[in-house]
Design a protein around this ligand. Structure first.
Ligand SMILES: NC(=O)c1ccc[n+]([C@@H]2O[C@H](COP(=O)([O-])OP(=O)(O)OC[C@H]3O[C@@H](n4cnc5c(N)ncnc54)[C@H](O)[C@@H]3O)[C@@H](O)[C@H]2O)c1
Length: 435
């Protein structure tokens, strides 16, 4: 079984099914298509599948020109029909892993996708989970569902975990350049999964078991969350001490070893860093273990929007104004620069908090023409000299490359900058408050 699968992978004839066509699944599908494979893309969202079938790419930051030719040539078959999984030699699951309302892991999408894979499982198939999750998920959740079909793992079928390291909007790295960690349930599973990723990644890093790969991914994200919390705390201290945290980080970063710069901001955003660490916290509880670094960094990072709003209030106060009825223009709604992704964006939390305090909130984001988030339902305001001048405060939440800091500072009376976007502005520096 394994040799037949390996041969198909190596000669490019293996059909790959990608379940979940989002930020992770779509770029992956594209790489397999580019490597010559036929790809079946299965998604529950009928509108997304319809878009893809029309040849359109639903993700703003990805070039979409590959979709139409891939669909037309039959190399890419987007569908909502899970029965198509039976045609695949490898099934890669890239569905969301959010938190529940009680901030506990929500594996419902993973479970649903794994059940679908189990229904279609046939001898010789490889199943890989890519969704970020707690260590143990592949063997405790997926494996029993697949074993129930009566095949043996490692010979009848193959199962592995391989975390995604996609960084949307990052032009320096794409899937092909980033080493891919792979942990199979058996050695044969690791070998099959490593061969599959060897088709699209320059380097595959095998580890001993799926849980090691699952935890490696969480370590990467906990590492970011903890270090961002550390610099956020340092920023608050620096503000009190009258020191410039950005200057200090840049100075420390000249050390050629043992230091890696992280930068403060208005809070954590995106689908990964604010959420994934809590998958580990949840699993650790089963072992009577409390992950204190994760809890503390979560506490600091979620308090940042409150801190920023306090800085806005103080800055207005220094100018004889109150936040109540102040006109605040928030620049950037997406959680990071140059993407249109609003998931967990601290800018949304900032807008909520500013509104609660009675501010009149508007926003501009060249990538997000309109947003509907809870009570906030707004359209992006054009970033004109008049709009800047009419605002009591311009709050930089996300430093999109499209923004011209000199223009913004020239027309605004007050700029509260959470991203150090205005660092090179030389004129009217008295209008800038860093927060
Ligand atoms: N976005 C990132 O940068 C990133 C990076 C690394 C890891 N991850 C992880 O990858 C996983 C996927 O994240 P994403 O950002 O691609 O999510 P996404 O929301 O962009 O896309 C998920 C897709 O899965 C579909 N879907 C949901 N349930 C499904 C089901 N049962 N069957 C088939 N399709 C289903 C959705 O309709 C959507 O199209 C998550 O576990 C995430 O933590 C994301």
């Amino acid at each position: 079984m394994k040799d037949a699968l390996l041969a198909k992978i190596q000669d490019g004839s293996a059909v790959v099914a990608v379940v979940g066509l989002g930020y992770v699944g779509l770029p992956l599908a594209r790489h397999f298509i580019d490597a010559g494979h036929h790809v079946i893309g299965v998604d529950t969202a009928a509108d997304r599948v319809a878009m893809l079938l029309r040849g359109e790419c639903p993700l703003g930051h990805l070039p979409g020109d590959w979709v139409a030719p891939a669909v037309a040539s039959g190399h890419f078959a987007p569908t909502t029909d899970f029965g198509m999984l039976a045609d695949a030699d490898a099934v890669v699951i890239c569905v969301p892993t959010p938190l529940t309302a009680h901030r506990e892991p929500d594996l419902s999408h993973v479970r649903a996708a794994a059940e679908a894979a189990a229904r279609s499982l046939r001898p010789g198939q490889l199943v890989v989970l890519e969704s970020t999750t707690w260590p143990g998920t592949t063997e405790e959740v997926l494996l029993p569902l697949l074993l129930a079909r009566g095949l043996e793992v490692g010979s009848g079928f193959f199962l592995a975990f391989s975390p995604e390291r996609e960084d949307p909007g990052n032009r320096a790295y794409s899937l092909g350049d980033i080493p891919k960690v792979v942990g199979g349930v058996t050695d044969a599973c690791t070998e099959a999964a490593a061969a599959l990723y060897g088709r699209v990644c320059a380097r595959v890093v095998p580890v001993s078991r799926p849980a090691a790969a699952e935890l490696a991914k969480l370590l990467e994200n906990v590492f970011r969350s903890v270090n961002i919390a550390l610099v956020n705390e340092l920023k608050m201290l620096c503000d009190r001490m009258g020191l410039d945290v950005w200057e200090i980080i840049d100075a420390a970063a000249t050390k050629p070893f043992g230091f890696m710069p992280f930068y403060p901001g208005p809070g954590l955003g995106g689908h990964c860093i604010p959420i994934d660490p809590f998958y580990l916290t949840w699993k650790a509880r089963e072992y009577g273990f409390s992950t204190r670094f994760i809890e503390l960094s979560g506490e600091i990072n979620t308090s940042m929007p409150h801190y920023v709003v306090t800085r806005v209030m103080e800055a207005l106060n220094d100018r004889g104004k109150t936040l109540r009825n102040a006109r605040v223009l928030v620049l950037g709604a997406a959680y990071k620069a140059d993407v249109n992704d609003l998931r967990e964006s601290p800018a949304l939390r900032l807008m909520e908090l500013l509104r609660e305090k009675g501010a009149v909130v508007r926003y501009n984001d060249p990538h997000v023409p309109r947003l509907d988030h809870g009570p906030v339902s707004l359209e992006s305001t054009p970033l004109s000299a008049e709009e800047l001048a009419a605002s009591d405060c311009v709050l930089v939440a996300t430093a999109h490359a499209a923004y011209d800091p000199d223009f913004i500072v020239q027309y605004a009376s007050l700029v509260v900058d959470t991203r150090n976007m205005t660092r090179h502005v030389t004129r009217h520096r008295d209008r800038i408050v860093r927060a």
